[in-house]
Design a protein around this ligand. Structure first.
Ligand SMILES: [Zn+2]
Length: 83
């Protein structure tokens, strides 16, 4: 289940069929300092994140923040230092 579609409460099966293998990993880098947020998104939400950018995306789906905060172990990954 796509992390954002589950917030939208849309009929996910209706929109995507039974194929659950189409989820892609997507990352948010500005959510919390020192961590990145790993989300599983369907191709539609993934595209939305790509075009709108992270800040707009988070403000469009305010519930996502609560969802991430409730399950930090699942969503937060330590940022890998690029140096
Ligand atoms: Zn989605």
């Amino acid at each position: 289940m796509c992390d954002v579609c589950s917030i939208k409460e849309i009929d996910w099966k209706f929109k995507h069929g039974e194929n659950k293998a189409r989820l892609k990993k997507a990352f948010l880098y500005r959510f919390i300092a020192g961590f990145m947020v790993e989300l599983e998104l369907c191709s539609l939400c993934d595209r939305e994140l790509f075009y709108n950018g992270e800040i707009k995306f988070l403000s469009d789906y305010e519930e996502l923040e609560g969802k991430i905060n409730k399950n930090k172990k699942k969503y937060l990954k330590p940022k890998i230092q690029a140096r």
